[in-house]
Design a protein around this ligand. Structure first.
Ligand code: IPM
Ligand code: MG
Length: 364
C-alpha cells in the first residue's frame, strides 16, 4: 500500500454517529480505489465523553488526535447537557480540541449548487453563482480572551464577563491565511470587523492594511460586521473570501451557509501551522431533534471527509472523487428531507450513503 494514514474519528452526539458512519464508508472505498491505507480510531468528545468520563475532552482523546494525521469530527451537544454550567458543557470539548491542536484558521466554504438552488430561501437571481469562503479565526477573540467568567460584585450582583482580545501576531497569521486563500480563488478579500466601536477591531483593520502590500494580487476591502451581515443576504455575489474574528465568523458562516439552502451541506476545515493535525467537521450541529431517526443529511460530513483529503492529507484526487460523487447523487434527484423539493427522491441518511457508494463504485 502506497501511503498509510491514521485518522481519528470523533462521532460525538446527536446525529453525529449516523453521519460519521456514512463518511467512513465513503473514505474506505476511496482509500481502496486510490491505494491509500486508512487506519481509523474512534475517540470520545462532547456529551458522549461527559457521560462516559465526566469530561467533554478526555486527555486520551486529545492525545489520540495529536498523534494522528487528521481528525474527522461529526457534531457535539444536545439538550441533555444544556443545563450544565458553561465550563462543563460539550462545547468546551470542541473549543479545547481547537485550542489543544492550535487550529487557528477555520475555512468554511459556502457554495451554491445549481441542483439545490430551489432549497435556498433567497431568490434564485440573488444566490445563483454564490461561492464564498469564510476564513474564521478560531483560537482567539472573545471565545478565549481573559478575564472571563461570572463574578459576584461588591453589591452582591452577578456580572458576566468575556474579553475580546487579539495580539498583532494572532491577527497577522489569520490575515495571511485570508490573503493566501483569496489568492487561490478570485483574488478578493473582505475583512470584517467592528472598527467603528471596538479597539480590538481597529488593531485588526490596521494589521490587515499593513499586510496588504505583500499581496498586490489581492484586492482588500473592509466591512463592519453589521453591514456584512446585511450584504450577505442582500447581494452575496459581491463576496469571494471573507476573513474575520472568531465570534463574527461563527455568526456570518451560519448566515452564509443558509444562502446555499441547507446548513446540512456545508463542510469545514480547521487548520494550524503547516504540519499540525487538522480537524474536519460539518458546519451544522448535532440536531438532537432528529437523532437516531435516519433522517440526517450526511453530505456535509462526507464533504468534510473530502476537505480532510484535500487539506489534511494533501490527497486532492480523493477529494475530487468524493465531491463528484456528491454532485452526481444530487443530479440523480436524491435528496434528504432538509434539501427536499417537489419531484425529488427523498432518502434517509443510510440510503443517501448507499447512493454515494454506488456512484463512487461506478466512477472507479
Ligand atoms: C461552530 C459552533 C461552535 C462555535 C460551538 C458548538 C462551540 O457553533 O463550530 O460554529 O461556536 O464555534
Ligand atoms: Mg457556529
Amino acid at each position: 500500500m502506497a501511503q498509510q494514514y491514521r485518522i481519528t474519528l470523533l462521532p460525538g452526539d446527536g446525529i453525529g454517529p449516523e453521519i460519521m458512519a456514512v463518511a467512513v464508508n465513503v473514505l474506505k472505498l476511496v482509500g481502496e480505489q486510490l491505494d491509500l491505507g486508512f487506519e481509523f480510531q474512534s475517540a470520545l468528545i462532547g456529551g458522549a465523553a461527559i457521560d462516559a468520563t465526566g469530561e467533554p475532552l478526555p486527555s486520551a482523546t486529545l492525545e489520540t488526535c495529536r498523534s494522528s494525521d487528521a481528525v474527522l469530527l461529526a457534531a457535539i451537544g444536545g439538550t441533555k447537557w444544556d443545563t450544565l454550567p458553561s465550563p462543563e458543557r460539550p462545547e468546551q470539548g470542541l473549543l479545547g480540541l481547537r485550542a489543544g491542536l492550535g487550529l487557528f484558521a477555520n475555512l468554511r466554504p459556502a457554495k451554491i449548487l445549481p441542483q439545490l438552488i430551489d432549497a435556498s430561501p433567497l431568490k434564485q437571481e440573488v444566490v445563483e453563482g454564490v461561492d464564498i469562503m469564510v476564513v474564521r479565526e478560531l483560537t482567539g477573540g472573545v471565545y478565549f480572551g481573559r478575564p472571563k467568567g461570572i463574578f459576584v460584585t461588591e453589591t452582591g450582583e452577578k456580572r458576566g464577563v468575556n474579553t475580546m482580545a487579539y495580539t498583532e501576531a494572532e491577527i497577522d497569521r489569520i490575515g495571511r491565511v485570508g490573503f493566501e486563500t483569496a489568492r487561490k480563488r478570485r483574488g478578493k478579500l473582505c475583512s470584517v470587523d467592528k472598527a467603528n466601536v471596538l479597539e480590538v477591531s481597529q488593531l485588526w483593520r490596521d494589521r490587515l492594511n499593513q499586510l496588504a502590500p505583500e499581496y498586490p494580487d489581492v484586492e482588500l476591502s473592509h466591512l463592519y460586521v453589521d453591514n456584512a451581515a446585511m450584504q450577505l443576504v442582500r447581494a452575496p455575489k459581491q463576496f469571494d473570501t471573507i476573513v474575520t474574528a472568531n465570534l463574527f465568523g461563527d455568526i456570518l458562516s451560519d448566515a452564509a451557509a443558509m444562502l446555499t439552502g441547507s446548513i446540512g451541506m456545508l463542510p469545514s476545515a480547521s487548520l494550524g501551522v503547516p504540519g499540525s493535525t487538522g480537524v474536519f467537521e460539518p458546519v451544522h450541529g448535532s440536531a438532537p431533534d432528529i437523532a437516531g431517526q435516519d433522517k440526517a443529511n450526511p453530505l456535509a460530513q462526507v464533504l468534510s471527509a473530502a476537505m480532510l483529503l484535500r487539506y489534511g492529507l494533501n490527497q486532492p484526487k480523493g477529494a475530487e472523487l468524493i465531491e463528484q460523487a456528491v454532485w452526481q447523487v444530487l443530479d440523480k434527484g436524491n435528496r434528504t428531507g432538509d434539501i427536499m423539493s417537489f419531484g425529488m427522491n427523498q432518502l434517509g441518511c443510510r440510503a443517501m450513503g448507499d447512493a454515494l457508494i454506488r456512484t463512487l463504485s461506478q466512477s472507479a
